[in-house]
Design a protein around this ligand. Sequence first.
Ligand code: ARG
Length: 470
Amino acid sequence: MNPELPPETEAGQQTWSQRFESALHPAIARFNASISFDLELIEHDLTGSQAHARMLAHTGILSREEGEQLVQGLERIRQEYREGFFRPGVEAEDVHFAVERRLTELVGDVGKKLHTARSRNDQVGTDTRLYLRDQIRRIQSQLRQFQLILLDLSDRHVETLIPGYTHLQRAQPISLAHHLLAYFEMAQRDWERLSEIYHRVNISPLGCGALAGTTFPINRRLTADILGFEQVYSNSLDGVSDRDFAIEFLTAASLIMVHLSRLSEEVILWSSQEFGFVTLTDSCATGSSIMPQKKNPDVPELVRGKTGRVFGHLQAMLVLMKGLPLAYNKDLQEDKEALFDAVRTVQTCLEAMTILFSEGLAFRTDRLAEAVDEDFSNATDVADYLAARGVPFREAYNLVGRVVRTCLAAGKLLKDLTLEEWQALHPQFASDIYAAIAPRQVVSARNSYGGTGFEQVRQALQEARKRIKD
Ligand code: ARG
């Protein structure tokens, strides 16, 4: 029997090490294994192991030739994987064992030296961080795409008016671009949040060993440099058991989903017959299997729906961590499916929403123009009119409240009152009241910084383009 390999039972099944006499129960082996999902990490595992092998050679822990053989062997596994030949099964337990085994098949006994001065605990932490770093960058570039689409759409709709709501009651008309730019801002914060989190993801646990460091003269700074980590964990226990970075990412992912979900909810409302503010184009809407007249907003509904599972992953991760004693515990294997699914969900939702907003919906400007002209959303402007002429705002406010009530009873809108009626209400009203309460004027007059006035919105659009260029 080869003393370096875990012994086999009579049935030829492998045991863990020579400490064990018999193999795992097959159901327990399946239960224990993470290969079905952690294969997602393989490219990062190979990269991490190559850095480790280089460091082992550089520090003289292994010879130069040995280091080179390991690096080459790992590169061959990468090729095999990319070409679809390397597909380890449950017998490998996890991606780390799968790679080490294949490496030993490829390069012989030197493959068994790869794991010198390392543990799967610091290894898996390294892989997960390398993975997340990549995915954060991808999500950030998707956020940028989405922002650009919002800007293009806003460019075309600075002067398109849409009712603005509070309490989902018509409040004041606004520029449609102003409404869309609110989502640009949310996406901008999402992008910035990811940049900040990135620094805390980008710390190397490699070299923390199982929990306590290693007896070998390793060089942690070297592996960190090769892998592009900004820092190394300064406490080995913390390094192998910290998952704060995953929780922070899931928080950021949850907020992205909150924003996408709110926008989705608006599209769903807008596309209803009751609102009728947008029509969904055929490329992004679906029909009903029974009601031939229907066109359904499946895309925003799915985004709204998928939001829940990302929140769920955040919650799961928080609960996973709260009771764990130091350092590594197998519970931590559960971090991966939460992360992977959250990453995939955010990415597919961002992609779908970007397509939806670039070609999936058309604003019904006729309906929007009607909508802002048929309500009392210019009532504040009547009060502002008086207040600007010296009437205390609260007094003006009360007076306009009475006017609205009378109008409602008479089935009229504010614009329907005659000049005599206006002047009977207050001597300050003059014929320019009609211009002052026309929807376009109402919007354009809100020219305070950050407001919906067209000038402000154009300014905001320019600023927004500049901000995402830098
Ligand atoms: N598959 C394991 C995980 O994902 C790798 C680390 C295993 N470490 C251990 N001590 N059992 O967490």
